[in-house]
Design a protein around this ligand. Structure first.
Ligand code: PMV
Length: 316
């Protein structure tokens, strides 16, 4: 038998940037995300009788991270056979989009389906969190919140009731030769910042404020809060006491300046960035083409794509 599931990636508008338990992936703050329609992972699992194997976009690749995760699932769900995982990733790997979010969500969904376990999304979310924190949010369409929780059982994501709204995300992909700092490593460094405890406090307020903005479909306010939250997060990297660093490149700063400029011209545009140099611009479906055209004119080599709000996990 084989089982297939598709999960879309999500972008945090209120970021997860620090672990209070690195083994369980318990975050220091709650986070909130928008699921994207354009970027997703489809994963098929089938039993085999040798070793857990990963075939990613047609290539046999190093499966160690996946093997560790499958062993966590074996501990949690009861042991099961070795698996062949065949994954098609429709998330450009260099886009700084969390491809691990859609990957671990799709894998968790496909494995539990293969085991004929009909688990609620909250449980799948909790399990996927062990693979990658942001994966906990990828089971749901539209907006999701991941409650930080106090232990393994209480740290999971759920969907939030939100009106349909024409929110869009323009993804500006910059070329980067800078050495990557993994999200786990980046979080560890950021937590040494003297500003880290203020970040936790500010994030809690932003988490509540953005939910009010979502309920009233106030995309401008959503963008404003999300941009502030992202910049606060990236400031922690710079002010880290141990190995300060930044994901920003010159191109990142150029895009941020363009976004700020467009805003002064009356276009709804706010930036957010994750563990990489690329910029995602929060805007409306109406205004996205103006932003895309402007970016292409100013920075012709940029790869720019527009995504809208996307669906939750689906099964074939
Ligand atoms: O889930 P991870 O370990 O890839 O960490 C994700 C971290 C950010 O993308 C920067 C923020 C987030 O909440 O997605």
């Amino acid at each position: 038998m084989t089982s297939t599931a598709t999960a879309h990636t999500n972008i945090a508008l209120i970021k997860y940037w620090g672990k209070k338990d690195a083994i369980l992936n318990l975050p220091t703050t709650s986070s909130l995300s928008l699921t994207l329609d354009k970027f997703y992972t489809t994963t098929t699992v089938s039993k085999n009788d040798s070793i857990d194997t990963l075939i990613l976009n047609g290539q046999n690749v190093d499966a160690r991270k996946i093997q560790n995760f499958l062993n966590i699932l074996r501990d949690e769900l009861g042991t099961f056979d070795q698996l062949t995982i065949t994954s098609e990733n429709h998330v450009p790997t260099s886009a700084g989009l969390a491809s691990s979010a859609s990957a671990f969500a799709a894998l968790t969904a496909a494995v539990t389906r293969e085991l004929a376990l009909d688990l609620p999304n909250e449980t799948l979310s909790r399990l996927a969190r062990r693979g990658s924190g942001s994966a906990s949010r990828s089971f749901y369409g539209h907006f999701a919140v991941w409650h930080e929780g106090i232990d393994d059982k209480s740290s999971f994501a759920e969907s939030i009731a939100a009106p349909d709204m024409p929110i869009a995300l323009v993804v500006a992909e910059v070329s980067s030769e800078t050495k990557k700092v993994s999200s786990t490593e980046g979080m560890q460094r950021a937590m040494t910042s003297p500003d880290y405890s203020s970040w936790i406090q500010n994030s809690a307020k932003q988490f509540l404020d953005i939910q009010n903005a979502i309920i009233t479909s106030d995309i401008e306010k959503i963008g404003y809060i999300a941009e502030k939250n992202a910049l606060d997060m990236h400031a922690l990297n710079l002010t880290a006491r141990q190995q300060p660093f930044t994901y920003f490149t010159q191109e990142t700063q150029q895009i941020l300046a363009i976004v700020s400029d467009l805003r002064h011209k009356g276009i709804l545009a706010f930036s957010t960035m994750d563990a990489g140099p690329n910029v995602k611009i929060i805007t409306t479906l109406n205004e996205a083409p103006t932003i895309v055209n402007h970016l292409k004119k100013e920075m012709p080599h940029l790869k720019v794509q527009t995504a809208a709000s996307g669906p939750g996990v689906t099964y074939d």
